[in-house]
Design a protein around this ligand. Structure first.
Ligand SMILES: *Cc1c(COP(=O)(O)O)cnc(C)c1O
Length: 388
């Protein structure tokens, strides 16, 4: 805990708070003055362009939150009722909920210990054991259902082995949707050795701009893709599936009101302008922890070789569940907000019956991983707080 205090000083320390030091106020006022605060206005398209350019995706569709973006992305990947979707048990509940909204079932496969993300080896092992090709579909022999998609997640912004996962899924012909909600700004080496943004490896990728993420729109999400027709479909489905017409209301399929309001996009535009700066400052926070924690029993979790993380939430490994609980109790009692990693999804009552593999690494990590405060200090505080 003293280590965290050295970084953030006395008083309550939140886990992660947003920073508004750019044009946020100005753009919000402009938006209010223009009267375009809701479903019409230019800021949404501008925000979509900015993020698409940043991550190197051809298309981006802004949504009301990341969960909605996951819901629609899975549907576009072909997930429907009574199909299976492979994902990790070590994730935030939104990942699984989006699967369930479509009437599909999650299948939980183990993660790698170093990436905290879906393991390509465990995936491959699972598919060899349980999957079979039948009438042009991939069937899960255990459930009898079609394996409709694979949904890996980049935990705390640490990229999972996405290129390897993609390769395994391509062999089988299973579409990949990436839950990149936590990993805006993280990159991974692709098959040709270049750095590629998480969220752009799969057919579709999902980002979140919730208040606790790297940048925020208050609440918001985004679907990113390089497939023009998927992007058109995503826009259509998230905006009530309305057919274009000067005044008639005709909706040609079951759509959703998942669009991002202009007001939120205005905030996002200002945040996006500061994204590179934000990522730089987040890496400085991680550097400080790295140094401070060398002489501590807390083991700082690093991103593996071949990846660059956005340092969204820093995390440490404790020696055991008991040590973890002790650390959580001590810090939280003193106003230093630290949080355990999520309870494994297969132990939540909605997902208890779902198929899973041994989940050895997931369980090992659940017992030991704790997130430590990771806010970027305000510019004025950087000099005072972050220097030794
Ligand atoms: C934040 C997050 C989401 C989406 O969250 P929203 O609050 O709906 O924007 C999805 N998956 C993961 C792993 C997340 O951390």
């Amino acid at each position: 805990m003293q280590e965290i205090r050295r970084l953030y000083g006395a008083g309550p320390v939140p886990l992660h708070r947003p920073i508004f030091e750019g044009n946020e106020r100005q753009y919000l006022v402009d938006c209010i003055d223009s009267n375009f605060v809701s479903s019409v206005g230019e800021k949404v398209a501008e925000f979509e362009r900015k993020i698409a350019d940043f991550v190197g995706a051809d298309h981006a569709v802004a949504t009301v939150n990341g969960t909605a973006a996951l819901h629609v992305s899975l549907q576009l990947a072909g997930v429907e009722a009574n199909t299976d979707v492979i994902t990790q048990a070590l994730t935030f509940v939104a990942t699984c909920n989006a699967i369930k909204y479509l009437g599909a079932s999650p299948v939980f496969i183990d993660v790698d210990r170093d990436t905290l993300g879906l393991s390509a080896i465990a995936l491959s092992t699972f598919l060899e054991k349980h999957a079979e090709r039948k009438n042009g579909q991939i069937i899960n022999k255990f459930s009898g259902r079609r394996l409709a998609a694979c949904l890996p997640m980049h935990t705390f912004g640490i990229p999972c082995r996405i290129a390897d996962l993609k390769e395994v899924c391509e062999e089988w012909g299973i579409p990949v949707v990436e839950d990149a909600a936590e990993s805006l700004g993280s990159t991974s080496r692709n098959q040709s050795g270049g750095w590629q943004h998480t969220g752009t490896f799969g057919e579709l990728g999902v980002l979140s701009f919730n208040g606790n993420k790297v940048i925020t729109t208050g609440g918001g999400g985004m679907i990113i893709t390089n497939d023009a027709s998927l992007a058109v479909r995503a826009k259509h489905l998230t905006t009530t599936a309305k057919s274009p017409h000067a005044y008639e209301f005709v909706h040609d399929e079951l759509g959703y009101n998942y669009r991002m309001p202009n007001l939120n996009a205005a905030l996002g535009c200002a945040q996006a302008e500061r994204l590179p700066e934000m990522l730089k400052r987040k890496s400085e926070v991680a550097d400080r922890y790295r140094k401070i924690l060398t002489s501590s029993p807390l083991q700082f979790i690093e991103a593996p070789e071949g990846t660059r993380r956005n340092n969204w939430l820093n995390a440490v490994l404790l020696e055991s569940r008991e040590k973890r609980d002790e650390f959580l109790n001590n810090c939280n009692a003193e106003g230093v907000m630290v949080r355990p990693i999520w309870t494994l999804m297969n132990r939540l009552k909605m997902y208890r019956h779902c198929q899973h593999d041994g989940l050895e690494n997931s369980q090992w990590l659940e017992d030991r991983v704790v997130n430590i405060p990771s806010s970027v200090p305000e510019s004025s505080a950087v000099a005072n707080n972050i220097q030794e």
